[in-house]
Design a binder for this molecule. Sequence first.
Ligand code: CP
Length: 333
Amino acid sequence: MRDFLTTGDWSRAELEGLIDSALRFKRGDEQSRPLAGRSVALVFFNPSLRTRASMQVGIFELGGGAVVLEPGGTSWTLEHRDGVVMDGDKTEHVAEFVRVLGRYCAGIGVRTFAALKNWEEERTDPVLAAFARYSDVPVINLESAMHHPCQSTADMMTIREKLGMGRKRVLMTWAWHPKPLPMAVPNSFALASAQMGHDLVIAHPPGYELDEELIAEIERQARAQGGSLTLTNEVAEAFDGAEVVYAKSWGSKKFYGATDEDVKARAAYRDSWIVNEDKMRRTREAVFMHCLPVRRNVIVTDAVIDSARSVVIDEAENRLHAQKAVMAKLFGK
Ligand code: CP
């Protein structure tokens, strides 16, 4: 039994295989229905458009049925910590929740964002880890505190689709946003880019460094796959020669749990860290990518996101094909 928790658990060859499969699904060359007569549970602690809709459609197209649950809404509130006395507001433990679902379903997808309260705890992905620990069926990470592997697989597919195979110069740029956001998307995009052997540049203001252990792993992967990693605080120069521009905002570890302090610190970067036409002109006609949802004229100007170089809608479509490939791999005979 295999889970899909982070691309880091999968080899480059396996990721390339998933992208090949996703492209076959997209072309209509792959017609397998590995979920015929079976169901997949989708557990959403947080809101979603793309992930929820593309998983439901993907499960249907693979012949199965989706059971969508929202703990605390359409299902009981959930405790994930082991050994706690459950005399508070949590009604059911993950230990029973996932094992019961495993008796009905071929697999479980779960979305559980970082609460942005306690960095040392959240960097260990405790809720996702509890799901994986107790589940007897494969678990798919639909975005956790630290990773969003379905997004990054679709992102790597989109880069291959738009620019072809091989090593590309990929810029992931931090962007100003009115409030701190989780790091799952930038973590997973950077990790998958390194696994695919791209030349990755990560640009962010001082104080917005990603997790040190993860950066070390990204550097190791980049070296092993023949790519490179460059970290910079120089936003405009970072665009020079880029073939892919991936914009994303995230919160500072330094101010984790202290939103007001982060909001004050990031105010200085409001005008300088938006993706605009001036910056895009420094690239080698780069494609513009964002996982969505995106705040227009905050993260990226209308002119860039509405330009011919913007691939954000194709990128969102590719979520469907990439997740069908993941499910076909996990649930196929
Ligand atoms: N990109 C992404 O995961 O979108 P949703 O939050 O709408 O699912």
